[in-house]
Design a protein around this ligand. Structure first.
Ligand SMILES: Nc1ncnc2c1ncn2[C@@H]1O[C@H](COP(=O)(O)OP(=O)(O)OP(=O)(O)O)[C@@H](O)[C@H]1O
Ligand SMILES: [Mg+2]
Length: 239
């Protein structure tokens, strides 16, 4: 039974008086505890799909379901980290993390307690009062992820969360993300351009092209180097 699903979603945009259909009766089911990576060429509609899941936009056709509940066009059910998530430079780490709660008008004292209990998971306990520019790129991404975590949702949608990081930071954050996903028992949809990252983190890689998912690649995590190379080659050919 899926925890999150897109059923036959179609989404078009009007661009210079022309209708461009980005998603064409697309289907995706995320199972509880599953980690899916979406890989596809730039402009193929990955962000458009995550925005539909997050309820920020409406599909022309089709529905989004979260645990059997129709959430099409409704926000607040899922943890969503947008592409190029920016922290507000004038707000301290804690205030950046609390911002969505403030916008929603939640009880800030309670939310702060919750955030404090999350900080160690994100390795941010000694950075509560830092400003974003005082942090490394990896730490900044962790603050953005901590903010995503504050929704309390068991489903995370991450749009290239580790892009723009150097290779070493990126690899250590991949390990860290994997451990957080396990300890919080999350189900995740990750958008990435990095095939190695997708292979390392996912149970399933969905390849997006021409408005649909045209191939699913299942990853056991038990593959040896030769098998991984073969999978990578196959994904490159399919893209
Ligand atoms: N609000 C909008 N108005 C018009 N066209 C849009 C809008 N949002 C997205 N598009 C178009 O829809 C297509 C898909 O965009 P989207 O951002 O989903 O791509 P993407 O797969 O996330 O790409 P990238 O890998 O570069 O982030 C692009 O052609 C884009 O120009
Ligand atoms: Mg995108």
């Amino acid at each position: 039974m899926a925890i999150l699903s897109a059923n036959n979603v179609t989404k078009s945009f009007l661009f210079r008086k022309e209708v461009i259909t980005v998603l064409k009766e697309l289907n995706l089911e995320l199972l509880p505890g599953e980690f899916i990576s979406i890989v596809g060429a730039s402009g193929c509609g990955k962000t458009t799909l995550l925005e539909l899941f997050a309820g920020l936009t409406l599909p022309d056709k089709g529905e989004i379901y979260y645990m059997d509940k129709k959430i099409t066009g409704k926000t607040g059910f899922l943890g969503y980290m947008p592409q190029n998530d920016l922290l507000f430079p004038w707000l301290k780490v804690m205030d950046n993390i609390l911002l969505p709660a403030k916008v929603k008008g939640l009880n800030i004292k309670e939310e702060k307690e919750k955030a404090r209990s999350l900080l160690p998971i994100f390795g941010l306990e000694s950075y509560e009062n830092h400003l974003p520019w005082q942090l490394s790129g990896g730490l900044r991404q962790r603050v953005a992820l901590a903010r995503t975590c504050m929704t309390g949702s068991k489903v995370w949608l991450l749009d290239e969360p580790l892009a723009n990081l150097d290779a070493i930071t990126r690899m250590s954050l991949q390990d860290w993300l994997m451990s957080v996903v396990k300890s919080l028992e999350l189900s995740v949809i990750l958008v990435t351009h990095d095939i190695d990252e997708a292979l390392y983190l996912s149970h399933r890689i969905e390849l997006m092209k021409d408005g649909v998912f045209h191939k699913s690649i299942y990853v056991t995590g038990e593959e040896n180097e030769a098998e991984k190379t073969k999978l990578k080659e196959r994904i490159r050919q399919l893209l």
